[in-house]
Design a protein around this ligand. Structure first.
Ligand SMILES: [Zn+2]
Length: 195
């Protein structure tokens, strides 16, 4: 699927970008970025999943459902990455959301935009994320869905490199940190001058 009409520096599938709204997943209390309904509305807008850039209406109930969908997508991606079958509950939730997908792409003066003809654009946008998860998880070639090797990061990502050599969810964060750590280790283990 398209990236929602926006150029993304990391060009990860929308559904995987969505899973990164929970950070530090290995901690006892993962960092929740979708704390309030407005957080979800703003995330959808930033992901390009709005009509005309308008913030969609989100209530507490939809926020809860969005988090549940996000966790199902995350667990399903981990299963694919580990070569395990998806749990029925996660598969059913993703499929149920994807089945409600009534959004479509259209051309306007600015290019390709989303149209959400249903009563709740935010709900429709979540269905788009679920449909993207179906495409991403179902269409991925073996070994392309991975878990980030970054310290304390277990984000899922799609490795589109030819040699399947990508190890980090993002070069800007985890990749960069790993490089710096490796440099520091080299520096610390190098003999100091004069010895
Ligand atoms: Zn990472």
């Amino acid at each position: 699927m398209a990236d929602g009409g926006r150029a993304d520096v990391d060009s990860q599938p929308l559904c995987f970008r969505f899973t990164k709204t929970a950070k530090a997943r290995t901690d006892r209390t993962p960092k929740e970025l979708l704390r309030r309904p407005s957080d979800l509305a703003e995330w959808l807008a930033a992901a390009g999943l709005t009509e005309g850039g308008r913030l969609p209406e989100v209530d507490e109930q939809l926020l809860c459902e969005a988090r549940e969908l996000r966790e199902s997508i995350y667990r399903a991606a981990r299963s694919v990455a580990d070569g395990r079958p998806l749990t029925e509950a996660d598969r059913d939730r993703i499929n149920a959301w994807a089945a409600r997908n009534d959004a479509y792409r259209a051309l306007d003066d600015t290019g390709a935009v989303w149209r959400f003809p249903g009563p709740s654009p935010a709900r429709s946008a979540l269905a788009v994320l679920a449909a993207d998860a179906v495409d991403t998880l179902g269409g991925a070639r073996s070994g392309t869905i991975k878990v980030c090797a970054g310290t304390g990061c277990v984000a899922v990502f799609l490795d589109t490199t030819r040699g399947r050599s990508r190890r980090w969810c993002s070069m800007g964060t985890c990749g960069n940190r790993a490089k710096k750590d490796a440099m520091r280790v080299r520096h610390e283990t190098a003999p100091s001058p004069g010895t």
